[in-house]
Design a protein around this ligand. Structure first.
Ligand SMILES: Nc1ncnc2c1ncn2[C@@H]1O[C@H](COP(=O)(O)OP(=O)(O)OP(=O)(O)O)[C@@H](O)[C@H]1O
Ligand SMILES: O=c1[nH]c(=O)c2[nH+]cn([C@@H]3O[C@H](COP(=O)(O)O)[C@@H](O)[C@H]3O)c2[nH]1
Ligand SMILES: NC(=O)CC[C@H](N)C(=O)O
Ligand SMILES: [Mg+2]
Length: 511
């Protein structure tokens, strides 16, 4: 008997691996394949179901990625998600156009429960949208199975042929009943039996790392954050003291962070640890640069140059380990996916890197999975649940040019914000929170004097995997206290703003 498998065809969406992950969580084995996988190959694989991902293109545009129409004739159930549902519509003779009203983020849909896809789903359900196009006309034989206030076709189906489409994203956690819908597709439509079980990720990876690295030396780019700490501990379990961890203080860290990371890793971990003070060289390289992608690429390159220099001091080092995780990869633009931002450790890497290979043991995982792995290998909870801090640091939280003075201003404001969030007992319930220095100056009045100073923006989001996020509903009392402390205590800030946007349409960081 063939192994049961569902395939996900990748049209360049942001959430492709998330779809695969959800399917696996439903105990069905799943793989992501390129959108142009041939019909022959698909027949060979003989999947129980096919899922089309979202994607940045418009189906009616020239060169838009499309699939072989024969897919719809195979008798294999298909679920199109967002771009995928638009493609199904367009390929089968329906009409897709620019939507009069675009939808991004939280949206309420009304569903028809008689649809197999929506069995046991509430009549109205919150889901996450991210689209500019919409389905204007259904293909023949299809009916509407869900709608929202601004989207007449939030879901469509032709059950006789097992074809289903949804305009929203059931795979993201913010779609409240999304997993139920995917499960319905897998079990009610594809009739999967659910015979697949996940292996222990850490055990397998440590074994594979030991085989790969052998007796060679390895550097780990360690930030003190969750991802690189998990990567470092896994490598250390695999090859012990062949590993040296390099922590770069680029002068863009949060207040006191450099010293705190050094203390933790020298006192609590048994690893070779090197702190490199590279503040001035990063400031010099960033002087006069305002464009976000350019800033990211400068930082990405400078990181690598520092690692190369440190490697030379140790001798022959073959491997560089980074704690790259899946969102870093997808947002940097993979395959047909759009470049959202070049994460310093992926899209921001220079063309030439003087290591035999970069190893990224966590490349396919999402943040919450990394955290689970961290707990499994015994990393202290405090570190595992530390909120993420991006490699380019405050440079992408200072809009426009970075200067040492702006870094100091932001460090102080951010410190106060974090302190008050902790005082209010909110630090574990918010996914990520920080202050950003806008490049905007505005007029204020302090002590009867006119001021013309910077506005700082506060950001707080709830999220589990950092792929989608909602602005956190912070108590006004806390915001008021933070605001008054920041303007009173931090020179050159006279205004405090709160960012209420979710992701999408915004991203978590400002640049
Ligand atoms: N200051 C730094 N020094 C050395 N390496 C770094 C530094 N900042 C980031 N890196 C490297 O870049 C990778 C990506 O950074 P990122 O911030 O996404 O992960 P992290 O810092 O390990 O975890 P977290 O997301 O919790 O902050 C890190 O895993 C690490 O390998
Ligand atoms: O190491 C990193 N290098 C980067 O270049 C980078 N950019 C964003 N982030 C972090 O990724 C998560 C998603 O962020 P965005 O919604 O802003 O894309 C959030 O947790 C961000 O803090 C980065 N991490
Ligand atoms: N998220 C998506 O798949 C978007 C599909 C298409 N690009 C749109 O804007 O409607
Ligand atoms: Mg970090």
């Amino acid at each position: 008997m063939d192994k049961e498998i569902v395939i996900v065809l990748d049209f360049g969406g942001q959430y492709n691996q998330l779809i695969a992950r959800r399917v696996r969580e439903c105990n069905v084995y799943c793989e992501v394949l390129p959108y142009d996988t041939s019909l022959e190959r698909i027949k060979e694989i003989n999947p129980k179901g096919i899922i089309f991902t979202g994607g940045p293109a418009s189906v009616y545009a020239e060169d838009a990625p499309a699939c072989d129409k024969g897919i719809f004739e195979l008798g294999i159930p298909v679920l199109g998600i967002c771009y995928g549902s638009q493609l199904m519509t367009y390929s089968l003779g329906g009409k897709v156009s620019k939507a009069p009203l675009r939808e991004y983020g939280k949206t309420e849909i009304t569903v028809k429960n008689e649809s197999k896809l929506f069995a046991d789903v509430k009549d109205t359900s919150i889901c996450w949208m991210s689209h500019t196009d919409y389905i204007e006309q259904l293909p023949e034989g299809f009916t509407v199975s869900a709608y929202s206030a601004s989207c007449p076709v939030a879901a469509l189906e032709k059950p006789s042929q097992n074809l289903y489409g949804v305009q929203f994203h059931p795979e993201v956690v913010h779609t409240q009943e999304g997993t139920k819908m995917l499960r319905n597709f897998l079990y009610n439509v594809c009739e999967c039996s659910g015979d697949w079980k996940m292996d222990s990720f850490t055990e397998q990876s440590i074994k594979a790392l030991r085989e790969k690295i052998g007796d060679k030396k390895v550097l780990c780019a360690l930030s003190g954050g969750v991802d690189s700490s998990v990567a470092a501990v896994m490598i250390s379990k695999a090859v012990g003291k062949q590993l040296t961890c390099i922590f770069v203080d680029h002068g863009l860290l949060r207040k006191d962070e450099g010293d705190e990371v050094e203390k933790i890793f020298t006192e609590q971990f048994d690893v070779n640890f090197v702190r490199v003070n590279a503040q001035q060289r990063f400031y010099d390289k960033l002087a006069g640069v305002a464009e976000p992608e350019e800033k990211r690429k400068i930082i990405g390159e400078e990181f690598i140059r520092v690692f190369e220099e440190e490697a030379k001091k140790i001798g022959v080092v073959d491997y560089l380990v980074q704690g790259t995780i899946y969102p870093d990869v997808i947002e940097s633009g993979l395959g047909k996916s759009a470049v959202i931002k070049s994460h310093h450790n992926v899209g921001g890497l220079p063309d030439y890197v003087d290591f035999k290979e970069i190893i990224e043991p966590l490349r396919d995982l999402f943040k919450d999975e990394v955290r689970r792995a961290g707990l499994e290998i015994g990393i202290p909870e405090k570190l595992v649940f530390r909120q993420p801090f991006p490699g380019p640091g405050l440079a992408i939280r200072i809009i426009g040019e970075v200067t040492e003075e702006k870094v100091k201003i932001l460090q102080e404001a951010d410190y106060i914000y974090r302190e008050e969030i902790a005082n209010a007992g909110l630090d574990r319930s918010i996914g990520q929170y920080f202050a950003a220095l806008t490049n905007m100056r505005s007029v204020g009045v302090m002590g009867d004097e006119r001021t013309y100073d910077y506005a700082v923006a506060l950001r707080a989001v709830t999220t589990t995997d950092f792929m989608t996020a909602e602005a956190a509903d912070l108590p006004w009392e806390v915001l008021g206290k933070v605001s008054s402390r920041i303007v009173n205590e931090v020179k050159h800030i006279n205004r405090v703003l709160y960012d209420c946007t979710g992701k999408p349409p915004a991203t978590i960081e400002f640049e």
